[in-house]
Ligand binder design. Sequence first.
Ligand code: MTE
Ligand code: MO
Length: 351
Amino acid sequence: MLTRMYEPRNLETPVGQLAPAGKLNTPNEFFFTRSHFAQPKLDAATWKVKVEGHVENPLEFTLDDLKKLPQSSKTITLECGGNGRVFLVPAVRGLQWGFGGASTAEWAGVALSEILERAKPKAGAIEVILVGADAGPVNSDPTSPGPVAFDRSISLEKAMKPETLLAMQMNGEVLSQGHGFPVRAVVGGYYGMASVKWLTRILVVDRPYAGFWQTFDYSVFERRNGLPHLRAVAQMEPKAILTSHESGQSVSGAQPIRFQGLAWSGERAVAKVELSTDGGATWAAAELPEKQLGEFAWVRWQFDWKVPKAGLAKVVARCTDAAGNTQPEKRDIDRRTYAINHWIPIELIVK
Ligand SMILES: Nc1nc2c(c(=O)[nH]1)N[C@H]1C(S)=C(S)[C@@H](COP(=O)(O)O)O[C@H]1N2
Ligand SMILES: [Mo]
């Protein structure tokens, strides 16, 4: 793993391990790690999650209670909202992720809807706040009002969708401490910050939540009637990355060059991936040799460059999703330091 920060632990996946050899899931030991505070050590025997707030029926669930509810599983890609930040020009503050602040797993546990159906949100409930057990003061500017827990709200509508899980397992193994043991939220289609680890409290509310992690942090500008206003980072933007080659590599152009990579897009399926070897001047369609495991999981793409041209090749892939959204050429400053999906060509020397 590439250590982006030692304490708290922030580890980037080497590009070759994102979905190695025939598998689309990231091996658990290579799943990237993003933590804002020291990782809490929770005891499975005493762990509980409280469901409270604007509900008819406040509840508590132990781990055994969760295991007795109907179980579900889904393959879901998580990408950190700041993945790709190292490519921003000029440089910005924040963890300097390259391409590997994203990973995919099969998550298993209980749909959050099962919990909410039992707690019965009252009329007027609009959001669900997911609260983690980790907390601390945030000293970067703007600072937090003393220690704050890591938390995040999602709409009640998103909370009721089948892609919003309380996961106890990833890829068939019990969650590791670093990935949220014993229970984490996984919010399919959203950037990683919504997938709250070490979950201990689920708070249903009847007004929009403007917590630290969706205002000062993890927010982007959106323009309405020409006026920029902040909104919380949510759905992942379409993205295709190259996993077969690295910038600066020399390759032989004597035979065709096979490029491979991964592509995904929030709540929408990948419709097509295109590849350019000239920095985006011309594009050709890539193949999607394997079936996408649902719209919340990345898919592999492949492209054979049949007649490689000698010289410097600027290779860039671009993903277009089922709703027609595609990757922009240039960085949009409204996105602050998040949702980075503009073209980032890698340079190959073709000999
Ligand atoms: N409790 C808690 N949950 C958290 C975080 C955190 O710091 N604390 N980081 C979030 C962010 S920003 C991301 S990208 C994902 C990363 O999940 P992973 O570490 O399992 O890859 O967890 C999210 N959930
Ligand atoms: Mo993140």
